[in-house]
Design a protein around this ligand. Structure first.
Ligand code: SF4
Ligand code: ZN
Length: 301
């Protein structure tokens, strides 16, 4: 196969776009696609101070790299979860990446916060992953708000977005359907959240990371349960193989006209968050989940 642009030998084949690219033209395609997403969805501008959540995985690193290359003001945030056989390696990857690309890095250590994940796991009766996810979201938001960032970016790709949309749809989960998308405006104590890679698949991100020589963290977390989103991703990959372009079409149609009725319903019927009585973080009532988890860990000492 030949590169669609320069006719050199193609190294990345993209059936969903019915095309293929050589390394340089693929990079331009990828960067233009991110730029277009940012502009069309009005995610942020060159004036914004953007905090990128960096787990050490290829998607978050690709996200920070492409924003930096496009000329945006980027800082990194890494949450050190203190998980044995996983967190130290992930942190090392993020630190080396930020040093190599001149990206200022903030690291939040859960050990210092009394929320190291192995201890959280010990005091919980249910899955640690929902608590871990909540803790990460809490600190992403807190650092963004406390440090004056105007956008909080994550490396969610099209496959992540489709899996989540599919799961929300199967449950007709109105609150989550109403706020799914590449942009969530700042409100009620939450920072502005953006997902600049929403048009790009996991495969495209992996190629971008590889062609840029990125070292990334891929050792699975020892608590990883084999998420249901993996099953949805498998299903959608089968569908995409038979009908190239279906993922992007499903997602963009949802954004253009599928989501609005859920938003209207939620606006009329939904409940507004209130500040946590302890820390001020938005919560449904009383003391937030992270403060309660912190209490449970402290009580177990
Ligand atoms: Fe946290 Fe679960 Fe992910 Fe491990 S697999 S990092 S516990 S959310
Ligand atoms: Zn709280």
């Amino acid at each position: 196969m030949k590169c669609k642009v320069c006719k050199a030998t193609a190294v990345v084949s993209l059936p969903s776009h019915n095309t293929g690219f050589c390394p340089d033209c693929f990079m331009s395609f990828y960067e233009r696609s991110v730029e277009r997403s940012i502009r069309r969805q009005k995610l942020f501008t060159f004036e914004d101070k953007i905090l990128v959540a960096l787990s050490g995985g290829k998607d978050s690193l690709a996200c920070a790299l492409v924003l930096k290359k496009l000329g945006y003001k980027v800082h990194g945030l890494h949450i050190d979860l203190a998980i044995p056989d996983s967190s130290a390696a992930a942190r090392g990857v993020v630190e080396r990446f930020c040093a190599a690309h001149d990206i200022p890095l903030i690291v939040k250590e859960m050990e210092q916060e009394g929320l190291q994940i192995p201890r959280v796991k010990k005091v919980l009766s249910r899955s640690v992953c929902s608590a871990c996810g909540r803790i990460k979201r809490y600190f992403f938001n807190k650092v963004a708000m406390d440090e004056g960032f105007t956008a909080l970016a994550t490396g969610h790709n099209l496959d992540d977005e489709i899996a989540r949309l599919f799961s929300n749809t199967l449950r007709w989960d109105i609150p989550h359907l109403s706020d799914q998308g590449p942009l969530l405006e700042a409100e009620n104590g939450f920072a502005r959240k953006v997902r600049p890679l929403f048009r790009l698949t996991e495969f495209e991100n992996a190629n971008y990371a590889f062609l840029n020589g990125l070292e990334y963290h891929y050792a699975p977390c020892p608590y990883s349960p084999g998420a249901t989103s993996t099953a949805y991703k498998k299903l959608w990959n089968q569908l995409e193989e038979e009908m190239p372009g279906r993922k992007l079409a499903f997602y963009t149609a949802f954004l253009s006209h599928g989501r609005e009725p859920f938003r209207q319903f939620e606006k009329a019927e939904g409940t507004k968050p209130v500040p946590c009585e302890r820390c001020g973080y938005p919560t449904s009532a009383g003391i937030c989940g992270v403060c309660r988890t912190r209490d449970a860990v402290a009580a177990d000492e």
